[in-house]
Design a protein around this ligand. Structure first.
Ligand code: FCB
Length: 453
């Protein structure tokens, strides 16, 4: 069971990904203000076990050891996110030198170790002060992220050349403002659609600012994409598939890559919002030319029509006969082929990076080791899907395993372990799992094969 490394080009980026709130901790240090996740996690009933990211895996203090660990594993790239409330504590106005200095140190050490830094500007930790003035449903927030972008791009852009504007705007908008299972926990359908638009607008404005501050930057955005299929082939569920695919995938892909919102989705959401927040000229601002598309892939959605004929209800089917991760997500490497094929088929050619892919399993340390064969199979099988798509001519340039470390899995607290490195949350001891060794061997084998030619 080993993926064919000859499918990956010499300059393929082998990396891991993390995000600030999930690993940093130190939420009150060096001038950082609360983000929406600090506020949300403290509210009773929001997060399993009432857990917060206040300490997380203490990366804010252990960053240097964590970079050493990455270097020992032979990783070539590290995707991390920048905590906006560290860099610009008021969410507007001037930057915070002490907060910026943390990322300065991190970037310098990564470069010293030959690891390419990939910075994500927004991985869900909006400064709470901006939520108090309306959050993403308010247009000003898009202007604010642009200003924050200039601050951090001017600080790091001499060394950081790979930038991702947003992580998974679908989650930020719809889990944050519609279902309310993520911060800020609002359940306002119309506001959630406005949030999605302002996130994408913020993306477009941030791209402009990045280009101005870092002319040689590679700039992209990361979307969470899912193949959506019907519970059966009767044809009865095709409209459910169209709706869910529309809202989860095309609502983001189309404006960003094609410059327009899908008309069928605008019609679907008409009972909820008239979308008057989309102003003339916005589509052009959103559809900035990008250097790459980041795709996060975890699972497929199988959907069916609601129980009543003609109703617009959709149900998500969970019994699909597939094995599942500890998060209850179907393990479906073929779904990655499907997602990539659809991007290749429906959009103009664009370089792609898998900016997240991974799985939670109930790992245990026994005698100092973690035998996570299930995670190794998961990573291997998804890399095979990437190899398949490369053979079909798709320009896929890198892979970032989610995640380097076990960490704070949002509303799931610390219960779901996604790391290739185990973290003991009491002692903060890091123990590379078998999957970390496996990944490291794969990367080294790829490098050795290049040297041998
Ligand atoms: C993605 C998020 C990431 C992590 C993984 C498991 O949706 O981007 O932060 O929580 O899921």
């Amino acid at each position: 069971m080993t993926v064919d490394i000859s499918a990956f080009p010499d300059d393929f980026s082998w990396g891991v990904a993390t995000s600030a709130y999930q690993i940093e901790g130190a939420v009150g240090e060096d001038g950082r203000t609360p983000s929406i996740w600090d506020t949300f996690a403290e509210q009773p009933g929001r997060v399993i076990g009432g857990e917060t990211g206040a300490i997380a895996v203490d990366h804010y203090h252990r960053w240097s050891d964590d970079v050493d660990l990455m270097s020992e594993l032979g990783l070539g790239a590290y995707r991390f996110s920048i905590a906006w409330p560290r860099v610009q504590p008021d969410g507007q106005g001037s930057g915070n030198a002490a907060g910026i200095a943390f990322y300065d140190r991190l970037v310098d050490r990564l470069l010293e170790k030959g690891i390419t830094p990939w910075a994500t500007l927004y991985h869900w930790d909006l400064p709470d002060t901006l939520e108090q003035s309306g959050g993403w449903p308010v247009r000003d927030t898009a202007e604010h992220i642009a200003d924050y972008t200039t601050i951090i791009a001017e600080a790091l852009g001499d060394r950081v050349k790979h930038w991702i504007t947003l992580n998974e705007p679908w989650c930020a908008a719809y889990l944050g403002y519609a279902s309310g299972i993520h911060a800020p926990g609002r359940t306002e359908p119309a506001a959630s659609v406005a949030a999605s638009h302002h996130l994408m607008l913020g993306h477009g404005l941030a791209v402009d600012r990045l280009r101005a501050a870092v002319p040689d930057a590679q700039v992209g955005v990361t979307l969470n994409l899912y193949p959506v299929s019907p519970v059966d082939d009767s044809g009865r569920h095709d409209d459910a598939v169209r709706r869910i695919d529309g809202l989860m995938n095309r609502w983001f892909l189309d404006p960003i890559l094609k410059g327009s919102y899908p008309k069928d989705v605008l019609a679907d959401i008409a009972p909820v919002t008239d979308a008057s927040f989309i102003l003339d000229g916005d589509p052009e601002l959103i559809a900035q030319p990008l250097d790459f598309l980041g795709i996060n892939y975890y699972t497929r959605h199988v959907v069916g029509a609601g129980l009543w004929p003609g109703s617009s209800d959709v149900r998500f089917e969970s019994e699909n006969g597939l094995e599942r991760t500890a998060s209850g997500w179907d393990i479906d490497p073929q779904g990655l082929v499907d997602v990539l094929s659809r991007v290749q088929r429906d959009y103009a050619p664009i370089p792609v990076y898998l900016t997240e892919n991974g799985a939670a399993f109930d790992d245990e340390v026994v005698d100092g080791v973690v035998h996570d064969a299930d995670r190794i199979s998961f990573l291997n099988d998804h890399l095979e899907s990437i190899a398949t798509m490369r053979q079909q001519g798709m320009d896929i340039r890198g892979y970032f395993a989610w995640s380097l470390l076990d960490n704070y899995e949002w509303a799931e607290g610390y219960a779901k372990r996604f790391g290739i490195v185990h973290v003991d949350y009491e002692t903060q001891v890091r123990t590379p799992k078998d999957s970390a060794r496996w990944y490291s061997d794969l990367i080294r084998a790829h490098r050795a094969a290049i040297l041998a030619t």
